[in-house]
Design a protein around this ligand. Structure first.
Ligand code: ZN
Length: 438
């Protein structure tokens, strides 16, 4: 593997390590953007935007949209969308449970659809945000325990001889993390307060999630694979933002949107099914003094990549994949197709992206569901209900999607960053039914 590609993959693994919740992922993206000179705009304040400027805004501290304005008059938007959240377990209110006089456990509930088995018998921790009473008001603060804090213990095989013959996990019975023995009784809220260095009574509420403590790794004969938590979809979120930092387009407003709540259907105030993207695009055009007509014209000529990871062919379950569209790790960007339009890709959007990738010599491949297996859903078609534009669904091939430790190709983050940069750097225009790339 070339040094540059390995460095990029290492950078991704470091980003993931520092992003144990969607709030942390967005905080790290903000840091990347600030360092690169992007200016933060608050949704609740008036926006002043100028040609050549680079900006970002966040909603709920868990979604972020960054954008770059060209020096010349803009004609359209070229957008990349990814998501910041991953399946996990959320700590419930009044979470502490005292069991059999000797165990303290945390009551949790599922967030999204995860593979349950790999959450067992490994060190887990907690991260998210808490609302803290201060002299000024109620402040949102990041929390990350950043230590081995809890464990979901399996029941011994002697007490469940059927464990290897298929087991239906009960979220309320089986998926409950153990946090301590008798001495831990009544301490959980204090532990959270200690992590935040505030008084227990000043914590008004919190959104805390479990995460896998195992760090990302390179493995395989040639270290050709990487494994880490949250590759879906931090691999695409990271790639989109990295590409934006170095992208240049003389006539398009370049946008990278990372939305929260994809794993629970996107229908939240900060999800892809909210007004967030629409609001941001409207406010950009308003701040640049454009008319309603000019906004409509810009959207009609715009283009979006909905970037969310894809399933690689599984070596033991090759029949789950489509017979003629068989994505593999390290083989480039996956373009996803679905006749029922769960994926937005159509002949137009696929053609435009393929041409851009071919010109930049970036490998690409295709994914279509095996017709007997319903696939997942993603951001593109949901976002299109609010801002409708030519869109193509893409991703990187990975194994074990929605496990707390997923596997992907060590070369592919580099493919995605270069692919998105090539898309950003190409000005796409439309004349009647012809698309012009320059
Ligand atoms: Zn995803």
């Amino acid at each position: 593997m070339k040094k540059k590609e390995k460095e990029t993959a290492k950078e991704l693994l470091d980003f993931i390590k520092r992003s144990p919740s969607a709030f942390h992922a967005v905080a790290n993206i903000k840091e990347m953007l600030n360092t690169a000179g992007f200016e933060e705009l608050c949704e609740e304040q008036s926006w002043k935007i100028k040609a050549g400027g680079r900006y970002f805004t966040t909603r709920n501290d868990s979604s972020v949209i960054a954008f770059a304005i060209p020096e010349e008059e803009f004609t359209n938007f070229q957008i990349v969308a990814a998501h910041s959240d991953s399946p996990s377990f959320k700590v419930k209110e009044n979470a502490e449970m005292f069991i059999d006089g000797n165990y303290v456990e945390l009551n949790v509930e599922k967030y999204g659809g995860m593979i349950c088995a790999p959450w067992f018998d490994r060190p887990l921790s907690l991260a998210g945000r808490a609302m803290v009473k201060t002299e000024k008001g109620i402040e949102s603060r990041l929390v990350n325990f950043d230590r081995d804090f809890c464990m979901i213990p399996n029941v011994a095989i002697h007490m469940n001889r059927q464990i290897n013959e298929g087991y239906k996990y009960s979220p309320q019975k089986d998926m409950i993390p153990l946090i301590g023995g008798e001495s831990a009784k009544g301490k959980f809220e204090q532990v959270v307060a200690d992590e935040l260095k505030v008084k227990k009574e000043d914590i008004l509420s919190k959104d805390l999630f479990l995460y896998n403590r195992m760090e990302g790794s390179f493995w395989g004969v040639d270290e050709e694979f990487i494994s880490a938590p949250k590759l879906d979809d931090l691999q695409c979120a990271f790639s989109g933002m990295k590409a934006l930092l170095s992208a240049e387009n003389p006539k398009s407003i370049l946008v990278c949107a990372v939305f929260d709540n994809e794993e629970v259907g996107s229908l939240t105030k900060q999800g892809a099914d909210s007004t967030l993207l629409y609001d941001v695009l409207r406010r950009i055009t308003n701040a640049l003094g454009k008319t309603e007509e000019e906004y409509m014209m810009a959207v009609a000529g715009s283009f979006m990549l909905s970037a969310d990871n894809a399933h690689a062919v599984h070596p033991h379950h090759m029949d789950k994949a489509d017979p003629t569209n068989r994505p593999h790790m390290n083989k480039g960007i996956v373009i996803k197709y679905n006749a029922n339009q769960k994926y937005t890709t159509d002949a137009v959007s696929a053609a435009v992206l393929k041409e851009i990738l071919d010109r930049a010599e970036i490998p690409h491949q295709s994914y279509v569901n095996n017709s007997d297996i319903a696939g997942g859903s993603t951001l593109g078609n949901i976002s299109n209900a609010h801002v409708s534009l030519n869109t193509v669904d893409i991703g990187l091939a990975q194994l074990a999607m929605h496990s707390p430790y997923e596997t992907a190709g060590a070369l592919d983050t580099d493919h995605m960053i270069r692919g998105i940069k090539a898309f950003y750097d190409t000005h796409i225009t439309k004349e009647k039914s012809t698309y012009i790339l320059d």
